[in-house]
Design a binder for this molecule. Structure first.
Ligand code: ATP
Ligand code: MG
Ligand code: MG
Ligand code: MG
Length: 469
């Protein structure tokens, strides 16, 4: 049975054999791209090659790219632990052509790798194409011999790929694997497509447009290819598993979590172990790439992920910091492919330990408050926004952590009430400043804070009380 490390190599070697340059993964913090919070796909480091702004000494590349999807256009944070196929951190395997080959070559490469090198049975595969893309449908028919009902035309943005609000984009064709009718879910485009029976494994994007901030789009001068396949998803199916979390690599992290918390990996705390294993990877890789927990921007997203993981460890009964103890298991699994992890090991461990130690001081009390508030409510009622705000402001609970905790109880938060409480606190802070005689500077400062507050990855957090951190 091939390990995830073997599968990564098979992919890169296949494309290297087909004249692609193996290029290293770029860091999770995109260079010179303020529009993007974290690298969310393989194409990010090649963005300027597609638009023609930059050229390099290769026209074909292949990578295994570190990706984080925990905010912005692609946000899978809430899926983690609950679907078989989503992580916040994952590796995206990709092959790229910059104005070299296009559809008629990209599709045969994908088919050959999947059915010959990986040996996946053809009758388990089906594909989608953008509804107007007859050319891609014809190529699939010719190359793979797929019948019409296995080439599904999709009219939505699912088959028009965009990295974010701006940048290169284009129609795409996606390859799905049918895990069998013992699992709930319908084929792509059907009413039950959110199930986990048909799992998307590979997306081939035909890069031919560029999207601008004002909503307009231009045709690019050259036609390019950008593909992305989740290593954990292809790994699951090649290891005869349905669930990404049952692959060798994820399983060993889950077992490390079970060991550290003395809680059965497959018992009632299963979801907690999955979340911990996932968040261990995203937090460790983010720290290795220079992100530190803070109260704004990328650092706040990191802090949110860390605190979430810590709550899940707490749910498993852990009363001492746990996350930092799992780092060696991660490095054993991934340190060879990503040497930056080993280099940053002391920093990762210290950062996790410090954050967990501090958060523990308020976590217990916050959870107790949450339980008390819930006990006061009628059955099924949402948590009032004020209570969620108190958890945020006094106990350092990011809103999504509270939501995550409530989800297990089938409840949610009155987010409008939360926003109102936040706005009220802001107004009070503003008034206090105004009374301080520093009105002009204060006005500028608050305008800046307001602007930052408006961006999706900052949120209003600059005022979070120190005691909560
Ligand atoms: P899905 O529809 O399952 O959420 P997606 O369409 O958002 O996936 P793409 O943006 O097309 O995914 O990314 C390319 C590939 O990366 C996907 O086909 C999948 O194999 C993998 N992938 C995407 N998101 C995740 C994730 N959160 N965790 C693991 N693998 C992922
Ligand atoms: Mg998605
Ligand atoms: Mg999809
Ligand atoms: Mg996709």
């Amino acid at each position: 049975m091939p390990s995830l490390n073997d599968i990564r190599s098979t992919f890169l070697n296949f494309f290297e054999r087909n004249d692609h340059r193996i290029v290293e993964s770029s860091p999770l913090v995109p260079r010179n791209d303020p529009t993007l919070m974290f690298t969310n796909s393989g194409m990010v480091q090649f963005k300027n090659l597609f638009t023609g702004v930059e050229t390099r000494d290769y026209k074909r590349a292949t990578t295994s790219q570190k990706c984080v999807r925990a905010g912005g256009k692609h946000n899978d944070l809430d899926n983690v632990g609950y679907t078989a196929r989503h992580h916040t951190f994952f590796e995206m395997l990709g092959n790229f052509s910059f104005g070299d080959y296009f559809k008629s070559q990209a599709i045969p490469y994908a088919w050959e790798l999947l059915t010959r090198d990986f040996g996946i049975p053809r009758d388990r595969l089906l594909v989608t194409v953008y509804h107007t893309d007859d050319e891609a449908a014809d190529i699939w028919k010719k190359v793979a011999g797929l019948s019409d009902d296995r080439i599904i035309r999709i009219p939505t943005s699912d088959n028009f790929w965009q990295m974010g609000p701006t940048g290169p984009c284009g129609p795409c064709t996606e390859i799905f694997y049918d895990h069998g009718d013992h699992i709930w879910g319908g084929p792509p485009g059907s009413a039950d497509e959110d199930g986990d029976r048909f799992i998307e494994i590979w997306n081939l994007v035909f890069m031919q447009n560029e999207q601008f901030e004002d909503g307009s789009m231009r045709a690019l001068d050259m036609q390019s290819i950008d593909t992305g396949m989740g290593l954990e998803r292809i790994g699951a199916l090649l290891q005869g598993k349905h669930d990404n979390y049952d692959t060798d690599l994820m399983r060993s992290l889950i077992e490390a979590s079970a060991h550290a918390t003395s809680a059965d990996p497959d018992g009632p705390g299963k979801v907690h172990h999955r979340v911990i294993a996932d968040h261990l990877r995203s937090t460790s890789f983010l720290i290795a790439d220079g992100v530190m927990p803070s109260n704004e921007g990328r650092g706040y997203v990191l802090r949110r992920i860390m605190r979430r993981a810590m709550r899940h460890a707490h749910m498993l009964g852990a009363r001492d910091p746990v996350m930092f103890r799992l780092v060696p298991a991660l490095i054993r699994q991934m340190g060879e492919a990503y040497p930056e992890l080993g280099r940053a090991q002391p920093l990762i461990e210290e950062t996790l330990k410090l954050e967990e130690t501090r958060f523990r001081q308020t976590l217990d009390r916050g959870l107790r408050l949450l339980d008390d508030e819930l006990a006061k409510l009628p059955e099924g009622a949402n948590l009032p926004g004020e209570a969620a705000f108190k958890l945020y402001d006094t106990y350092g609970f990011p809103l999504d952590l509270t939501q995550d905790a409530l989800r297990e109880k089938g409840r949610s938060v009155d987010t409008a009430g939360f926003d109102a409480a936040m706005a009220e606190q802001k107004a009070k802070a503003r008034a206090a400043w105004a009374g301080s005689g520093e009105t002009r500077d204060a006005a500028i400062w608050f305008d800046l804070a307001e602007q930052h507050g408006a961006t999706e990855f900052l949120g209003y957090d600059t005022e979070e009380s120190e005691g909560a951190i």
